[in-house]
Design a protein. Structure first.
Lengths: 113, 113
């Protein structure tokens, strides 16, 4: 099992550019999540998908959109990147064998200039 | 609202020292409690968890006990190693919030030889 995978690992964008962060899992997770990690602020939930076909806003959804393409994949899109979106982004999954535990991907480090 | 508060870091210890990282939470119900660890350049990994009052989670020499009366879940280890250097996150998940985790800010631990 690859677990939770994310692409790309690193990305630099200019203000106003768009991009999609990809996340895939092979652990049969029903729920998937996108977080951002900023110094001194822990992890904050951007969006989540409780099950295939559903998505909901988290704590900091502004400037982002998501798509739960199928059970395995959950993408995060920045339509018009801003410097405030410079962060490390983590995808996580829960469910299947891990009813109570979220499993995290390795992260994407995004810099917006 | 629901929140998790961790002891401020960074924490620097010598090898074989005793470690405590404090964590307290606010919740409206009876959450599950977690400690996650993040090694440099990696995603978060579950370290241990407890799902009800007085439960003790343990893993790799680390322990934490779910104290409902003090709403705490302090992380302890009797003898730290250099390889324990990482960022530690306390988190809780309330049944009423579905599957969402609320994280503390994280505590950076450095263990010197």
């Amino acid at each position: 099992n690859a677990g939770v995978t994310q692409t790309p690992k690193f990305q630099v964008l200019k203000t106003g550019q768009s991009m999609t962060l990809q996340c895939a899992q092979d652990m049969n997770h029903n729920s998937m999540y996108w977080y951002r990690q900023d110094p001194g602020m822990g992890l904050r939930l951007i969006y989540y998908s409780a099950s295939e076909g559903t998505t909901d806003k988290g704590e900091v959804p502004n400037g982002y959109n998501v798509s739960r393409l199928n059970k395995r994949e959950f993408s995060l899109r920045l339509e018009s990147a801003a410097p405030s979106q410079t962060s490390v982004y983590f995808c996580a999954g829960r469910g299947g064998k891990s009813a109570d535990t979220q499993y995290f991907g390795p992260g994407t480090r995004l810099t917006v200039l | 609202g629901n929140s998790v508060t961790q002891m401020e870091g960074p924490v620097t210890l010598s090898e074989e020292a005793f470690l405590t990282i404090n964590c307290t939470y606010t919740a409206t119900g009876y959450p599950s409690l977690f400690w996650y660890v993040q090694y440099p350049g990696e995603g978060l990994q579950l370290l241990l968890k407890a799902t009800k009052a007085d439960d003790k989670g343990s893993n790799k020499g680390f322990e934490a006990t779910y104290r409902k009366e003090t709403t705490s879940f302090h992380l302890e280890k009797g003898s730290v190693q250099v390889s324990d250097s990482a960022v530690y996150f306390c988190a809780h998940r309330e049944v009423t919030s579905g599957s969402r985790l609320t994280f503390g800010e994280g505590t950076q631990l450095t263990v010197n030889p």
